[in-house]
Write a new protein. Structure first.
Length: 209
């Protein structure tokens, strides 16, 4: 099911291509301490209860703290999303307050992926997205299945008409061009692309009609 907040970020005719998160290892490393504390509390309080120590059972209340902290860490991991649409790459984080960073696919100049030995074995890695915007680069750390993410992003960029392959920039039907121009105009109105970028792309598309 698509996240309702994420849906609210999408523009007209903007579609989700892929949603990814950090590898499960990140979650496990975040809650490892809480799991250890829970185990120690359970072992200690159970031993005291068996020894008939008065009020020992109240020690189980101590479980509240690591459980709450573990739940918070899980929600943080769950809410950190790396999203590819047919127009943008979005990083979305935050449980209650939200932090959204996005880059237009047309401004992506290069995509670099790095995987350690363990990353290749367990299928995680880092993705660095270089852009022509003032932000410069977006770093997605320990993302699960980075090859799929990188491929999906490059495919979306090519379908938008900014790929580097022999078929890049072509549309299958000239009737689609007015719709594409309308979508670009919507992005221009939202400030995702500049007026000059809109006019340049519009001119290129009209030549193909």
């Amino acid at each position: 099911m698509t996240d309702k907040y994420l849906e609210s970020l999408l523009g007209q005719n903007e579609k989700l291509v892929l949603t990814a998160r950090q590898h499960t290892f990140i979650l496990l490393s975040a809650i490892a301490a809480e799991i250890l504390v829970i185990g120690l509390i359970l072992a200690g309080v159970t031993a005291l209860t068996v020894m008939a120590v008065p009020l020992a059972a109240f020690g189980y209340l101590l479980l509240i703290l690591p459980v709450v902290k573990g739940t918070y860490d899980f929600l943080n991991w769950r809410q950190l999303q790396y999203v590819i649409t047919n127009r943008r790459v979005i990083q979305l984080s935050g449980i209650f307050s939200k932090n959204v960073t996005d880059s237009s696919l047309e401004k992506v100049t290069d995509v670099q992926m790095s995987q350690s030995t363990f990353g290749r074995i367990f299928n995680y890695g880092d993705i660095e997205i270089l852009t022509a915007s003032e932000l410069g680069a977006n770093n997605f750390r320990r993302i699960a299945n980075p090859v799929r993410f990188k491929t999906a992003m490059l495919d979306a960029k090519e379908q938008m008409g900014y790929g580097e392959g022999p078929g890049a920039g072509r549309t299958s039907h000239s009737d689609d061009i007015p719709a594409i121009i309308a979508e670009l105009d919507g992005l221009r109105a939202k400030g995702v692309i500049t007026e000059q970028e809109f006019q340049d792309k519009k001119r290129d598309l009209l030549k193909k009609m």
